[in-house]
Design a protein around this ligand. Structure first.
Ligand SMILES: Cc1ncc(C[n+]2csc(CCOP(=O)(O)OP(=O)(O)O)c2C)c(N)n1
Length: 343
């Protein structure tokens, strides 16, 4: 049996224990936040589509946890968790989902295209795969300005069949850019199954063709994802050039809330649910000597409150005024600009 976790451990060991528990908090918060968003969508309280990442929480958590402030992240339409792990206030995120004035884009958009430049989160675009060249561009800026940052771009295996993805990876490989491409391979692109999407087994196999390394990891194993991402992010930050991480996973819900996913086999869903990332990580914590029953109760209580507070904040927030529709559309003109705002 594992030694019980004690407060007598070294400062490094204590920091690691805290980090392990923080990872657990994040996967639980993302699951509970997204479950609530799915319910709110059925109550017609959400603006636009909802693309749940339930089942894929370990990927966004494990990839984003080792990032530093100022690193660039381009999430996928399914990645509400990126916002939570990068420190976006859950209330503002919920307000964004409800199209409220207090949301990230002040009610001008749904979740889908919302970003947060304060935390260097680039809002996803409707064109699948098109944020990868943007991430490569951000990485080029880091390289030129000698800024010690990395860019991360999430994408699905469906998007991996798009030309933009090839161009971004090729350019990143040629310039040895500090960018990490993260494929969330959940086996379906809307209703298209993997075998009708690509002729090879692993998206990661494409990386050597661009001159860098591709890694495959179970996206349902939080510990494995975080251990790999820590290593890869460090190597990329230290100038080792780009990397591709492919996370094998499964989405529990339909492509979006309006999709009942009837194209999938019930047995397949059940098999993947038995590989759920949360109990798997709980087992790890338990083996490390944590009292998982107590921790689960505490974290459930905490996340329930955070999510409820977020819903209350968003519901009590106002919708934007019509005249605000024309605000914030362009970057402000610098006061000392010689063009004085004229083209
Ligand atoms: C270029 C392009 N083609 C098609 C679509 C319609 N579409 C939106 S999401 C989606 C499935 C995407 O699958 P994948 O990239 O694997 O990501 P997942 O949704 O599975 O997370 C499709 C086909 C789109 N938005 N953009």
């Amino acid at each position: 049996m594992a030694e019980p976790v004690t407060a007598m451990a070294s400062p490094e060991a204590n920091a690691r224990i805290e980090y392990d528990l923080q990872l657990y908090y994040w996967v639980k918060l993302i699951r509970s936040f997204e479950e609530r968003v799915s319910r709110l969508h059925r109550q017609n309280k959400i603006v636009g589509g909802v693309y749940s990442g339930a089942g894929q929480e370990a990927i966004v958590t494990g990839i984003c946890a080792p990032l530093q402030p100022g690193d660039f992240v381009a999430p996928l339409h399914r990645d509400m968790g990126v916002f939570l792990v990068r420190g976006v206030d859950p209330g503002r995120l919920m307000a964004q989902l409800m199209g409220k004035e207090t949301g990230l884009s002040r009610g001008k958009d749904s979740f889908l295209h919302g970003g947060d430049m304060e935390r260097v989160i680039f809002g996803s675009t409707s064109m699948l795969g098109s944020s990868l060249p943007v991430a490569a561009g951000a990485a080029l800026k880091f390289q030129i300005k000698k800024e010690n940052h990395v860019a991360v771009a999430f994408f699905g295996e469906g998007a991996s069949s798009r030309g933009d993805v090839h161009e971004a990876m090729n350019f990143a490989g040629v310039r040895k850019l500090p960018v990490i491409f993260v494929c969330e391979n959940n086996r379906y692109a809307y209703s298209t199954p993997l075998e009708k999407q690509m002729a090879i087994e692993d998206v990661a196999d494409r990386a050597p063709g661009y001159g860098f390394k591709g890694h495959v990891v179970s996206g349902n194993d939080l510990l494995a994802v975080v251990q790999l991402s820590e290593k890869v992010i460090k190597r990329v930050r230290d100038g080792g050039g780009p990397a591709l991480i492919e996370c094998k996973t499964y989405r529990y819900r339909g492509h979006s809330e309006h999709d009942a996913a009837l194209y999938r086999d019930k047995e397949e869903l059940l098999e993947w649910q038995s590989r759920d990332p949360i109990p798997r990580y709980e087992l790890y914590l338990e083996k490390k000597g944590h009292d998982i029953k107590r921790i689960r109760e505490e974290v459930d209580e905490r996340t329930r409150k955070v999510v409820q507070d977020a819903v209350d904040f968003a519901e009590q927030s106002a919708l934007p005024e019509p005249q605000e529709a024309m605000e914030d559309l362009y970057a402000p003109t610098p006061a000392n600009s010689s063009s004085n705002g004229k083209l």
